[in-house]
Ligand binder design. Structure first.
Ligand code: 13P
Ligand code: SF4
Length: 305
């Protein structure tokens, strides 16, 4: 039987009373992951929220993730326990800038990473996550694609879709973008038998040194499936807790001190409890925007089946 602390017990009791479901991204702290009904990457969380029957979702992640859950399930109540838990990369592209930019590429399809605002999703042709981006772009069979906002993910995906010209937005995730190839080289020297698993939000030079590149779910699956027991993990540190919970025998080394997403860590047990008690903070948005943004997300979910 799992042992919970008092706060966790109280949250689980409230969750039961309110018929709520708690979902958590893999970057959440261990104590949050422990009380979640589902811990997953962006794609898994969207799929789960779209299909689950619970009318109250407590979303332990960042704003664009909770917003996507609300867009996909407009009749459900979606709570984000800290309204300031945002993703700075999602704010690196605005709808008005994108509309202006598109004028120079009238034939291009717009693919937006799920790490974007509802307004940007509303004017994009399709959404993608790091786990389905290659398939999504391929499915478009487009001559030209404007990829927003993550230039690192866009560049990585472009290496698998040579038939399409990519026009990159210049956004990035500072957590992953700050990781240097020299950090990886040093760690490889210290742990010569470790395999390197990396998120595609990292820059091109470190990616060249990786044994595996994938979404947070793909990284977890890769580490668990390998007979190998030692890994250098090049993504946000919450994933280390996740892997340890699933298989404590794996020896994991975080690739750099920069790999901490302060926004993800704004969600705490205290705030989750307050969210359930006070019904805060409800994710809401303009209905027209929400309806338009749904198209991009639904097209993505259909293409990822
Ligand atoms: P995943 O979709 O791989 O979970 O990534 C989300 C994210 O924000 C990575 O920084
Ligand atoms: Fe955004 Fe980067 Fe945090 Fe992911 S790790 S939520 S991309 S800031």
């Amino acid at each position: 039987m799992k042992k919970y602390n008092l706060l966790q017990e109280q949250i689980l009791q409230l969750k039961k009373e309110k018929n709520a479901v708690i979902v958590a991204h893999t970057y959440q702290s261990k104590e949050i992951q422990e009380i979640a009904d589902l811990v997953g990457d962006s794609l898994q969380l969207s799929q789960f929220c779209a299909n689950d029957s619970s009318q109250l979702i407590v979303f332990c992640g960042v704003h664009f993730m909770a917003e996507s859950a609300k867009i996909l399930s407009p009749l459900k109540t979606v709570l984000l326990p800290d309204i300031h838990a945002g993703c700075p990369m999602a704010d690196m592209v605005t709808a008005s800038d994108l509309i202006e930019f598109k004028k120079d590429y009238p034939e291009a399809k717009v693919v937006c990473y799920i790490n974007s605002t509802a307004k940007v999703k509303a004017i994009s042709d399709i959404c993608c996550t790091s786990s389905n981006a290659v398939d999504i772009v391929k499915s478009l069979k487009a001559k030209q694609v404007i990829f927003v906002p993550d230039q690192n993910l866009g560049r990585y995906v472009s290496t698998f879709v040579r038939e399409t010209e990519f026009i990159m937005w210049n956004g990035f995730c500072s957590v992953h973008n700050n990781l240097k190839a020299s950090d990886i080289l040093k760690l490889k020297e210290t742990y010569p038998s470790a395999l390197v698993a990396m998120h595609p939000e990292c820059q091109e030079e470190p990616i060249k040194l990786a044994d595996f590149v994938g979404s947070t779910k793909a990284i977890i699956d890769y580490v668990l499936e390998q007979e190998h027991d030692e890994f250098i993990i090049a993504t946000e540190q919450g994933i280390i807790d996740r892997i340890n919970m699933l298989d404590p025998s794996k020896k994991l080394h975080l690739a750099g001190k920069c790999l901490l997403c302060k926004n993800m860590k704004k969600i705490t047990l205290e705030k989750v409890k307050a969210a359930l008690e006070e019904n805060i903070y409800k994710v809401e948005m303009d209905e027209n925007i929400m309806n338009q943004a749904r198209g991009s997300l639904v097209r993505m979910l259909e293409a990822s089946r």
